[in-house]
Structure formats: structure tokens, C-alpha cells
Design a protein around this ligand. Structure first.
Ligand SMILES: [Fe+2]
Ligand SMILES: [Fe+2]
Length: 304
């Protein structure tokens, strides 16, 4: 499988590359150029969905997958988590880092591996991508507490995968990703706006990728509609929820410095059952989550 090359003429709609654009779109829709999920990804997704997973069970998954093991030990031995000497035992590492965080690490590394043999766009910041995804995931998890309509595990999963289309763009449409980045910088546009102007968005790619991987419906809809949640029926409420977590994460750290977080409208807040004052109060206690997301994202320094 290879990245789609030669998108030069497709870059600007109306610039004479109409047939070329059509051929890229039809290739995107066939999705044959996107990576196929391996069995570890399916195992991780199953594990993620399970409630009350014992430390032993999750440790066993890491033991079988050697690469996962060393990455988790790295996190467990970081200054943020390790306060009492070196940790070499995987079960001890799981208990130290926490089941929720470990599930996130397991899924993120496995996701990243699906793209492991693909050369990402030069400007794609893999560590930044995962820092952002972890932040959205942890913020969604915290906001889900006390909201019975959304489970915390689900909220975390949605947050972690919401931008999967951006990973697909950076890996499989590298020239397109660079073009969108350039356009956003030159035209003073957000990256989302620049993608929109070029005609292929990370949300559409996320939709196609989630479909190809057979991911559950809510994940597909959230990947597709998290920037326009009011359009995202039948999961518009979940998409609104992630839209808000995404907004907060982008205020905390702006990926590429050009995301220009759009504050959620009153309709989006009402749909997700979140008050504007909750957003303001949240920023004050986000420090711990920022550190946690930072430590975990460091894993991807090695993978990139
Ligand atoms: Fe997004
Ligand atoms: Fe995002």
C-alpha cells in the first residue's frame, strides 16, 4: 500500500484538476490505500470496551506484545508516575499508571502501528497528534463523570479516535497534508478551513477509515461530525460532547499553532448537557491532565 502521490493539480478546486480530483475522491472512497487493521487492534478495542478489567488481564496483553511492554514501562518510570524506585514488572506498571491510561496507551500505540510502515508527511507532528488525542480523551472522560447518558470508557475512546482522519491524511495523503498546512499558514486559515478549501477533510477521511476498519457506529459519526456536531445524527450528542472536549484541548495546546479553537455554540453546549461555566472552571484544574497527556505522548517520539 502506498500513499497517494501527485496531488498538485487537485490542490485547488477549479484549478484545472477536476478529473484528477474525482479520481482521488474515488480512490479515497474505495479506501484500498488505507492500512488494514491487524488483530492486535481488534483485541485492544475489545479490551477498551470492557469494564472493570483486572490488572492481570491487561498486563497479559502487554506481555504478549513486546513493543507495548517497553513503552508502558517507559511511561511508568517517568517522573510523573514513578515516585518509589524503578519499575520493571509489567503488572506493577499497569497498577502504577492506571487502567484507564493504560487502555489509552495500548490503543494509541496499536493505532500508530497500523501506520508504522508509512512515511508520514514531513511536517506531521506525531507526538503532538497523540498529545492532542490524549488530552481530548482525558477531558471527555472527566466530563462524562456524573452524566449517565455517556459512559466514561466510551467518552475516552471517542476522544482518542476523533481525529483518526488526520493520521490518515498525514500518512496516506502526505502532499495533501503539507498543502493544507501551507494554505492555512499563508491564508490565515485554521487547518480545518484549509482542508475544506482543498476539498478533502480529515473528518471525511476519518469516516472512511473508521468504516474500513469496521469501528462501531458512534466512532464513525464522531470522526465525521466532531466539527459540525449538529449535523451528526444519530450521534450528534456524542459528537457535540467531543466537539467541546476538542475545543478545550485546543485552547490548552494549539497543535501547529493554527487550530484556532472555535468556541462551542449554545446549541452544542445544550446538546451535550454542559454549561459554559463548566468550561471556564475546568481550565483551572486541567494541569494534571496536561502533564499526563505530555508524558504519554513522549512514547511517540520513538515511533515517529
Ligand atoms: Fe478534528
Ligand atoms: Fe481534534
Amino acid at each position: 500500500m502506498e500513499a497517494i502521490k501527485d496531488i498538485g493539480s487537485a490542490g485547488t478546486p477549479g484549478s484545472g484538476g477536476f478529473m484528477h480530483e474525482l479520481s482521488i475522491l474515488s480512490r479515497i472512497n474505495r479506501a484500498e490505500w488505507l492500512p488494514s487493521p491487524d488483530q492486535v487492534l481488534a483485541r485492544c478495542l475489545k479490551l477498551f470496551a470492557e469494564e472493570d478489567v483486572p490488572v492481570k488481564k491487561i498486563g497479559d496483553v502487554f506481555k504478549v506484545e513486546g513493543g507495548l511492554c517497553s513503552q508502558l514501562l517507559k511511561v511508568a518510570n517517568s517522573a510523573f508516575y514513578s515516585h518509589s524506585g524503578r519499575i520493571d514488572d509489567i503488572y506493577h506498571a499497569v497498577a502504577t499508571v492506571g487502567i484507564r491510561e493504560v487502555k489509552n496507551i495500548c490503543l494509541a500505540i496499536t493505532m500508530a502501528r497500523q501506520f508504522g510502515h508509512i512515511k508520514m508527511a514531513e511536517s506531521f507532528d506525531l507526538t503532538g497528534f497523540w498529545r492532542h488525542s490524549m488530552l481530548v480523551s482525558f477531558i471527555a472522560d472527566e466530563f462524562a463523570e456524573g452524566r449517565p447518558w455517556i459512559k466514561r470508557d466510551s467518552a475516552r475512546l471517542y476522544g482518542l479516535l476523533h481525529d483518526m482522519g488526520r493520521l490518515a491524511m498525514g500518512g496516506c495523503l502526505p502532499e495533501y497534508f503539507e498543502k493544507a498546512l501551507q494554505l492555512s499558514r499563508a491564508g490565515n486559515l485554521s487547518l480545518n478551513e484549509a482542508e475544506g478549501a482543498l476539498g478533502i477533510t480529515h473528518t471525511y477521511l476519518g469516516w472512511i477509515l473508521a468504516k474500513k476498519w469496521g469501528l462501531p457506529e458512534p466512532i464513525r459519526f464522531i470522526a465525521r461530525w466532531h466539527h459540525d456536531p449538529l449535523e451528526g445524527a444519530p450521534y450528534s450528542r456524542e459528537a457535540a460532547f467531543i466537539n467541546i472536549a476538542d475545543y478545550l484541548a485546543n485552547i490548552i495546546i494549539e497543535p501547529y499553532g493554527i487550530m484556532r479553537a472555535m468556541p462551542p455554540s449554545g446549541d452544542i453546549l445544550a446538546l451535550a448537557d454542559i454549561g459554559r461555566n463548566e468550561l471556564e472552571n475546568y481550565m483551572e484544574k486541567a494541569q494534571d491532565i496536561i502533564k499526563k497527556a505530555d508524558v504519554i505522548a513522549q512514547i511517540f517520539d520513538n515511533i515517529s
